[in-house]
Design a binder for this molecule. Sequence first.
Ligand code: CP
Length: 303
Amino acid sequence: MKNILCVSHLDKSSISNLLDRAWAFKHLSKLPDYGNAKVASLFYENSTRTKVSFELAAKQLNMKHITVDLTSSSEHKGEALLDTLKILHAMGIQYFIFRHKQENLIQTLSNELKTASFINAGDGMHAHPTQTLLDLLTIKENKQQFDGLKVVISGDIKHSRVANSLIAGLSIMGVSDICLSTPDFFLPVKLDNTVLEPQLDKALEGADVVVSLRVQKERIRGNVDNELDSYRKAYQLTDTLLSKAKQDAIVMHPGPMNRGIEITSAVADGPQSVIFQQVSNGVFVRMAVLEYVLNHNGYNCTY
Ligand code: CP
């Protein structure tokens, strides 16, 4: 069965088609009807944007969608996660939207349950493919093309599945100028397809797109208060720092934001911010992703 586990499993043409379809969903008045498709969301990590946008996306396409309440599921009585999925599958659920803190668990589960389809809604620090697709759609809407863009990513890149997937997605779409700007303690081990400029004011020179990332306290071991204070002083995205970027640069953040840490409210709510556009694009991108998975599994809509 077709899955969406990682951006790097998609090629440029598949991504372009998904973005075009998401854009169409944003503007279509009559939507396709996938009335017999049964979809379940299982979020083992907290979520607002991804969880709700998948729910809305499935509803818009008239799918039968349930969000499994994991606080009251039988896993608390000792049932194995794979058995939970098999039980849902036995009830007719063919498509699973899955978030978990364990990296690559979704890959393992999809190998174990080959007759179901899996969409990765975020696995630990590894990947968040649908976030990347909505980020790419937002960039395309504002910049029309990917060629020649300079993208600066700042924040806790080390612990960020969003950054991993975004760097992969931008590279597939032909963006060659991806600049990371963050202190050593937030730098990933691998820096493929990127350049490093630790001074944010220098990094921002000539930037078309500025991506601010959350400091993910829950993934950092030990006390980070001292680092946070020095981080905020040097790297918080302020109006003054943003003025180093191009005048028409856009500011993105996948959310949830820590206002006053990685970004000021003035920037987050300012004229260059497209943060809430990212959120609304999330629904249309997830409609496109659900349809892509269904169509690639031989499922056609009725209109
Ligand atoms: N960007 C993102 O994944 O947000 P949620 O954790 O709220 O889904």
